[in-house]
Design a protein around this ligand. Structure first.
Ligand SMILES: [Zn+2]
Length: 113
């Protein structure tokens, strides 16, 4: 399962950060997940729940920020919201659309103690 390996790498990354700062526990983890990142949120949440067991993240509050998709037309430069990777420009109908937002999947911040 794709989401499980993502969850495990998130936990690993957070633990590395916590250890680098000589913390014993992660209190909060903030994730940014783009609408176009190809992540199934419910699957990721489920995977995270099982991945944090017996780690420094066991009691952490997980805050999720959803980033909506945004594209810029390569032909007319219009910027508009996109819901899929293959969207046409609403202004001119061009498919030369560059996704400028919504593909991110990252740990934005962690709070440790
Ligand atoms: Zn356009």
């Amino acid at each position: 399962m794709h989401e499980l390996s993502i969850a495990q790498s998130i936990v690993e990354l957070a633990e590395q950060q916590a250890m680098a700062h000589k913390a014993s526990q992660v209190e909060e983890l903030e994730l940014e997940i783009g609408a176009l990142a190809g992540i199934e949120i419910s699957a990721l949440e489920f995977a995270l729940e099982s991945s944090i067991k017996e780690t420094m993240l066991e009691k952490a509050r997980i805050v999720r920020r959803d980033i909506p998709g945004e594209g810029r037309c390569g032909d007319c430069e219009a910027v508009f919201p996109v819901n899929s990777l293959f969207s046409a420009c609403p202004a001119c109908g061009s498919y030369a659309v560059n996704i400028i937002k919504g593909r991110e999947l990252r740990v934005k911040s962690i709070v440790i103690k």
